[in-house]
Design a protein around this ligand. Structure first.
Ligand code: UDP
Length: 327
């Protein structure tokens, strides 16, 4: 049985990856320090003999006994509200954490895939974003702690590949959504659905003309799985190229939730990218991957998840977000 270590295992993407690798017949070791992760995302895996969980911060030395075949580094705060709250941890997990895991990959002769992001393109001047675009990032803005940690992560990963011959893979993840997102992470989708469910107005930042392209989590996980199993050491974008303005997106959520809420405007956060859409030519030609789930189906599944949460969760998780939009 092949063994895979997944960091950020209790998070949104990490927990879906644990499920997928378990289904594919791997022995899965999940690791998380639970700053932003939630054990409820993986509690169904805990009784399984093929699953282990380590409560550990990968910014500190990582020890795994025995052999290891694959490492997926998905530990990181990953939303604007998180970077503002825990900027130092965000920098450390992308830099020190990645260094530790590359060292582990080298010692175990394991293949490692690191989770990079469309944020490496910053507020992009090239549209749609191809992997050979170097980006337009403000290193000292509030998003800089995430963007620069991820850019450093890519640099050190390529250095371990070139200098030590470690088998590395880099995925650049574009906006992804689905069940197990946190209601209080400040992202547009859980923010809008949470507001609709609580009967509050939907907060659109700026004039809502900024665009994003939303990928359903199952498609994202499939792209990551294919990349890990491929020979591609260059970064690859995984995301859904169907682009939409945030205002249209808020209107879609109002329709989906059949709510009668209004849209209210709030100030645009600093360095909020004006447009974002992946060019997925490399993923489709090299990995044979393209997204399969459209927004209508993906949003319906995501909404069903949020609706199934106990009502008090809708309110408990919302409080951090309210502080954020009133700040
Ligand atoms: N956004 C918004 N209202 C909210 C939360 C987010 O208008 O209540 C906007 C945000 O400013 C951004 C877009 O929605 O332009 C997507 O935000 P998200 O945090 O989901 O992703 P990211 O900015 O990291 O792509």
């Amino acid at each position: 049985m092949k063994k895979v270590l997944i960091t950020g295992a209790a998070g949104f993407l990490g927990s879906h990856l644990c499920d997928r690798f378990h289904r594919e017949g791997f022995h899965v070791i999940g690791m998380d320090n639970l700053i932003t992760g939630d054990m409820r995302n993986i509690e169904h895996l805990l009784p399984l003999p093929e699953f282990e969980f380590y409560h550990h911060d990968v910014s500190r030395y990582v020890h795994i006994p025995g052999s290891l075949d694959y490492i997926l580094h998905f530990a990181s705060p990953a939303s604007p509200i998180d970077y503002l709250k825990i900027p130092i941890q965000t920098l450390k997990v992308g830099s020190l954490g990645t260094h530790n895991l590359l060292g582990l990959a080298k010692a175990k002769e394991a293949r490692i895939l690191v989770a990079s992001t469309s944020e490496v393109y910053g507020d992009p001047l090239v549209h749609p974003q191809t992997e050979d675009y170097w980006g337009n990032v403000n290193p000292i803005g509030p998003r800089g702690v995430y963007d620069e940690a991820k850019r450093f992560q890519e640099a050190i990963t390529m250095a371990y590949h070139r200098f030590h011959g470690v088998e590395t893979r880099i995925v650049r993840i574009f906006n992804t959504y689905g069940p197990r997102m946190r209601l209080n992470d400040g992202r547009a989708l859980p923010a809008f659905i949470g507001q609709a469910l609580r009967g509050e107005d939907l907060t659109v930042f700026g004039d809502g003309s900024q665009t994003r392209s939303f990928c359903y989590v199952d498609d994202q996980v499939d792209g990551i799985f294919r990349l890990l199993m491929s020979d591609e050491t260059q970064p690859i974008n995984i995301g859904n190229p169907e682009e939409i303005t945030i205002l249209q997106f808020a209107e879609e959520i109002i329709k989906l939730t059949n709510s009668h809420q209004k849209i209210v405007r709030k100030p645009l956060p600093a360095d909020d990218p004006k447009q974002r859409k992946p060019d997925i030519t490399r993923a489709s030609t090299l990995l044979g991957w393209s997204p399969k789930v459209g927004r209508e189906v993906g949003l319906a599944k995501t909404y069903a998840y949020f609706k199934s949460l106990p009502e008090h969760e809708l309110y408990r998780q919302a409080s951090d977000f309210k502080d954020f939009i009133h700040a």
